[in-house]
Ligand binder design. Structure first.
Ligand code: UDP
Length: 239
């Protein structure tokens, strides 16, 4: 699916945890702020597709540790992402941005099915496409889906927006006070060091397909717009 023209097309991955504002459910103030920043980037002509996580509702791995079947718990996780998609869609539309939600699990009343060619058409028309329900498959993460979607619809960069951390560090900054933020790292190094800020499957999919990524923090206001425009505010990850 080659990109027409030389405009910038990005895949923005938003962590679900951010949407909850630290609690279970959706914090409208947070989603509204995130939507405003995306709207600003779109107004500057950047084509934007989005994958939203679901950690503010359910994480399959956590539920399975507490006795649930992993596969069923993962489907709950995927359904949680769809609620985040609808919340984001609502606030984007309120700000005058035209949007479409596409889900990997078909639910025709609330969203289009995932159709990559149609997603590209939406982007070309200036619409924001929000991908929900992950890959539609248990045992995957939304980080990995973000990379897969970016590859399939031809995005210049995957922008991994994280909350509570603003890039890739030499070690986990929450447990190691000496951890230092890196401006650049290769996929190979990130994998060898076992850095968990993005999951290993997502890193390796990028590595195998020479897909560029930037990991950055969305807590500082304006950062999403900056990342969309290509500012190097976090850690750039390349092959
Ligand atoms: N999930 C899944 N397959 C996918 C994407 C997500 O099974 O393709 C489930 C998985 O249980 C995951 C949950 O959905 O824990 C929420 O996604 P994720 O943990 O990636 O969200 P985030 O950490 O970004 O908020």
């Amino acid at each position: 699916l080659p990109k027409k023209g030389d405009g910038r097309r990005v895949l923005l991955k938003l962590s679900g945890e951010a949407f909850g504002g630290g609690a279970v459910g959706v914090d409208p103030d947070v989603v509204s702020r995130v939507a405003a920043e995306i709207a600003e980037g779109v107004a500057q002509g950047i084509e934007c597709a989005i994958v939203v996580g679901g950690g503010n509702f359910f994480r399959g791995a956590e539920l399975s540790q507490r006795g649930m079947d992993r596969r069923r718990a993962d489907y709950m996780g995927m359904l949680g992402t769809v609620m985040n998609c609808l919340a984001l869609q609502d606030f984007l539309e309120q700000k005058g941005v035209s949007t479409r939600v596409q889900t990997a699990i078909t639910m025709g009343q609330v969203a289009e099915p995932y159709l990559p060619l149609r997603a590209v058409r939406h982007l070309e028309k200036g619409r924001v496409v929000i991908f929900g329900a992950g890959a539609g498959m248990p045992y995957f993460s939304t980080d990995t889906v973000a990379v897969q979607r970016a590859l399939e619809i031809g995005c210049d960069e995957v922008l991994m927006a994280k909350n509570g951390v603003d890039g890739v560090y030499t070690a986990d900054p929450r447990s190691n006070p000496d951890a230092e933020k890196l401006e650049h790292i290769t996929y190979d190094e990130a994998l060898k060091k076992g850095l968990k800020v993005v999951d290993a499957t997502a890193f390796s999919l990028c590595m195998d397909n020479a897909q560029q990524m930037m990991v950055f923090g969305l807590d500082e206001s304006g950062n999403i717009t900056r990342a969309m425009k290509g500012d190097r505010i976090g850690t750039v990850v390349t092959g």
